[in-house]
Write a protein that binds this ligand. Sequence first.
Ligand code: F6R
Length: 612
Amino acid sequence: MCGIVGYIGSKKAKPILINGLLRLEYRGYDSAGVATIEKNGISVVKNKGRVAELEKLSAIDSLEGTIGIAHTRWATHGKPSTENSHPHVNGKKDFAVVHNGIIENYNELREFLLKQGYTFYSQTDTEVIPNLIDYYFSKDDKDDDKKVLRAVVSACSELKGSFALEILSTHLPDKMIVVRKDSPLVIGKTDTENYISSDIPAILSYTKDFYLLDDYEYVVLSKGSAEFYNSDLKPIKKQTVNIDWNASAAEKDGYDDFMLKEIHEQPKSIRETIGSRLSADGTCNIESLDFTKEYLNSLNKICIVACGTAMHAGLVGKTIFEKFCHIPTEVDIASEFRYRDPLINEKTLVVFITQSGETADTIAALKLSKQKGAKTLAISNVIGSSITREADYTIYTHAGPEIAVASTKAYTSQVVLISILAIYFAKLLEMKGKEIDALKDAILELPSKVEETLKCSKQIKCFAKKVYKEKDLFFLGRGIDYNVALEASLKLKEISYIHSDAYAAGELKHGPIALIEKDITVVSIMTDPNLVEKTISNVQEVITRGAKTLVITNQNLGDHKFDNIITIPETNPLISPILSVIPLQLLAYYISKEKGLDVDKPRNLAKSVTVE
Ligand code: F6R
């Protein structure tokens, strides 16, 4: 997905911009570009391909300016090409713009501007923006220092869709204007500089003090200051937020890939998620929540809404909410929920799970839930992300920055946090029982058990060598193990490009078993003592038909024989996904490595999906 970087200060902007773009590479992109303000006007250098291709252009060496904007583009409107890459300028080249998001009414605006004599050189939606700014700028008779800002505000009021914009103008040569609507943008500040980005990790090594922008807040940046205005051009006050992520957390720390590093970080990230929310003496508290027993008793249901891996974390949450809180709980895919007129009202609590906090469908589902009167609670990993500013309540996973596109540590932290949330609700509801206490104890033991589980790495690597050339793989499980099978299958698909499917083991004989033939690999997960025998029977059915098997388990399998068994530590079956997913994350990782693929940046995928 597109990424934005910007700099305004006393240093040469180019190296800072390139460094920021490199840190955004994980988001996925197909072209890159920069623009700086030079003595003789705006200079734009852009190219199709990776940032390394951009750096090869000789024009980039001549950029000396101390104010600059930069962009990595993930093509939506128009093919990946140099013409379509950002920054885009107007014909006179007195405005340059980079843009994340989608301008839905760009056709209309383009038609209008064509009639006014403007010319377009790209197929992008973005190119209307510098031209529209120019249009309003030229029409404005008043010549004062707010003229560019007025033109930007007028242009933005015409734009439908989502945008995060950085704007340079030769009419304002020592400033930059930025604004956002439904697309992330943050400003990192020091005493003498401002760094701008769509993603905090890209600029985290420069500062920890950030302005988090709300929709339609216009910011005029200069070397040491940031002035904020609303759409009526009235000044507004804005405080910085301190983001205490460690800059080295956004580096590879000696690992070959971010994904491998993030898999191995899970003991730490889970510890951070538990934090002081759960302690050995049995207390359970979640900061910033003020729910009461009466409120929870009044609920008709809880809906958990998310996309992809985050939705899989929600599936685990459903079981725990229903078991311990006795509140009916549904799990929905955000892109389905938002268009199916869900039956929710003021008696519904809707929980949104999103690592990035920027997923367009999840945010839209939240807005819809609020319109319908439901209370909204966001579980996010990114402080100040868009969803956290929309939701009634936010709780953070505190897993640290997740850079690899394939989510690993964010998933396990989401499962941990939703389990703690269920315990917290159960406590408010005065539900008592040994099982709740047992779950608390099991959560506290997780960091060391994850450490133990990671020791299966070598065994998994050997297994990956055996199966990496296969065309199809199947994952089976029952109950909570089925939820993990879904996540394992998604992980494998996204980074190894091997087709895989996950089935509830009991469903096999209702259709999918027709796919089983000699030497096909079936991976099964067996962690629930109540269901292990049932799943074993299903796996026997595929063995009879010639399948090769890998079993992930912490149960006694008796005399049953399987080709490969990975034994993981025992834990409470409700949170077993946090352990059983680890060998399966590693399996996807090592298969991808065997195939020589780019693990961190799989094709066609983006880390945060900020468009529908
Ligand atoms: C898969 C993956 C995606 C995300 C999904 C939601 O590894 O990362 O499926 O889980 O795009 O993203 P967030 O959690 O940022 O809303």
